[in-house]
Design a protein around this ligand. Sequence first.
Ligand code: BG6
Length: 480
Amino acid sequence: MKHNKTNHFPKDFLWGGAIAANQAEGAYLEDGKGLTIVDLLPTGENRRTIMKGNVPSLRPQDGEFYPSHEAIDFYHHYKEDVALFAEMGFKALRISLSWARIFPSGEETSLNESGLQFYDDLFDELKKYNIEPVVTLAHFDVPVALIENYGSWRNRKLVSLFEMYAKTVFTRYKDKVKYWLTFNEINMLLHLPFLGAGLVFKEGDNQKQIQYQTAHHQLLGSALAVKACHEIIPDAKIGCMLAAGSFYPFTCNPEDVFQGMEKDRESYFFIDVQSRGKYPAYANRFFKDHGISIEMETNDEEILKEGTVDYIGFSYYSSRTTSTDPEVIKNMTSGNVFGSVSNPYVAKSEWGWTIDPKGFRITANQLYDRYQKPLFVVENGLGAVDDVTPEGEVNDDYRIDYLRKHIAEMAEAIEDGVEILGYTSWGPIDLVSASSGEMKKRYGYIYVDKDNEGSGSLKRIKKKSFDWYKNVIATNGAVL
Ligand code: BG6
C-alpha cells in the first residue's frame, strides 16, 4: 500500500517525555515520605527475584545498594530539569505521584502536606512553561505499610484506600492537571507481581489465583478513580495504561497463531475491562481452565461499568513473538519480561529488547481497532549505553535513529486513521532502569552524571538527541 510520506501530526499534539516518581525523585524518606516498593529493590541478582514476589524483608537490607533512594534526585533538581524540558519545547510531561509521599502509611490519617506541596510546586513550574502535566496515580508504587498491614492489592481493602488517595489528589490538583492515568502498565502484575502490585508470596500460595484477584481489585480501583475524576474534574481525561507490543506468531501454523492471540489477550484482558466496563467473554473459559475463581461483591459489575476510561495510554518498546515449537522456544530474547522468542527479522538493543518500529504501527492500529478510543503513547524509547567524550559530548545517533523510525511509524498510524493524543518518550532525562536498577541503561536526551554504583555529580548534560528532539517538536514532527 502506498503512503503519504509527509508527516501530519494534529495541531495540538502533545509532544513530550515521561518519567516516574519511583525512578527519578529520590529523597526516599524526605519530608515525611513513607517507604514504597521500589525502595526495597536493590541492583544486582536479587532484584528480579524480589520483583517476582519473593521478598526477603520489607526493610532495606545492609550490604545492598538501592538506586531509588537517591535516583537522579529530581526532587531537588526539578526546576533545572523542567527548564531543560521547556527548552526542548515540551508540550507535556508525564510524571507519577508517589503514593507514599502523599499518604506515607496509605491510611487517610497519614496525609502528608509536604508531599502534596511538592507536586503543587512541580505543577506550577510546568505551568510557567505551558507544559501540560500527564499524571499517573500508581507507577510501580504501593506504600510498604499497606503490604505490612494488608498484604497489598491481594486485599480488597486497598480498593477503598486507593479511591481515597485518588479523590484527594483530584480535589487538590483539579485546576492544574487535566490528563490522568490510573495504573502504569497494569498488565505487569502478571509478570512482576511485586513491582506491579506489591505482592509478596508465601510458601504454598496459589500465585495465579492471587494475581487475578489482585487484578480484580486494581480494576475496581481504576474504575472508581475514573468515576471520581469525572465527578471532581469534569473537563479532565483519564486513561488506562498498557505495556503494549503485539505478539507475532513465529509461523503461520494455526497453533502458533492461536497462541499469539491468547498471549495478546493476557494483556488485553485488563484494557478490555477498563475500556469496555466488563470482563471479556474469553475470561470465563480462561478462569475455568486455570482453576481461578474471582471473589466479587454484588455491585462490582456496576462499578466496572461506570468507570470506563476516556483514552488508552500505552508503552511500546518492542513487538513480541511466540511459538509452540519446542526447538524455536529455546531461542528466547533476553531482558524481556513478556517472554518472547527471538524474531529473526528485527534488530535487538544492547539489553536484548527487540527493535521493531513497524510493530509500533501495528500495535497502535490493533489497539485503536479494538477500543475505538483515542490512544496516548506514554512511553517509547531506547535504553542504551552512552559515553561522554573528552569534550563533554554525548553523540547518541543510535537513539535518534530508534526514535526517528518509531515516530515515522506513529505518523503512518495516524495516516491509517488512528487517533493519537500525544507522544511522551520514556526517560527524557536519564533515570534508574525499572527492570535492572542500572543507571547505565539510559533513555534520555539529557545525560545525568551518575553510575550504577551511585557515584557521580548528578550534573545534567545535553546529548545530541536533545537538539534533534527539539526540532522534531518545533516542526510538529514534519522533520525527523
Ligand atoms: C516500562 C515502565 O516498563 O518501561 C518504566 O513503565 C520503565 O517504568 C520502562 O523504566 C523501561 O524499562 P527499563 O527496564 O529499561 O527501565
